[in-house]
Design a protein around this ligand. Structure first.
Ligand SMILES: [Zn+2]
Length: 116
């Protein structure tokens, strides 16, 4: 349990604030816009679009993970860390090792995935 707290606190500390992250993505996009030239062939354009999508995807994933980390820290405070938000049973150690911020057990996570 102690290691989990450390991992989560570390994760939180290492990350910039949400605002910083948004700014960074925004700047990146402006740079891309400035860089785009008339002479781009379709391959270049496609590649740039792909990169843009990727950064959006990464940001979304990062923000989701960060909110999950925040929740996990709250749960530690409440003493409910490691318990599934869906069914209340304990989340397996193996799952918590790879995803210390997990708030659902594997079966509830799969269920949620299916219902998406
Ligand atoms: Zn569950």
């Amino acid at each position: 349990m102690c290691t989990m707290v450390l991992i989560l606190k570390n994760e939180k500390k290492m990350k910039q604030t949400d605002e910083d992250l948004r700014m960074e993505i925004h700047q990146q996009q402006e740079e891309e816009a400035n860089n785009s030239s008339e002479g781009d062939d379709i391959g270049d354009v496609a590649y740039k679009c792909f990169q843009k999508d990727l950064s959006f995807f990464q940001m979304e994933r990062e923000l989701k993970k960060r909110s999950a980390i925040g929740k996990a820290l709250e749960k530690i405070g409440e003493g409910t860390y490691g318990l599934c938000d869906g069914c209340g049973s304990s989340i397996s150690d193996r799952r918590l090792k790879t995803q210390p911020w997990a708030n659902l057990c594997i079966s509830c996570a799969n269920e949620q995935e299916r219902n998406r």
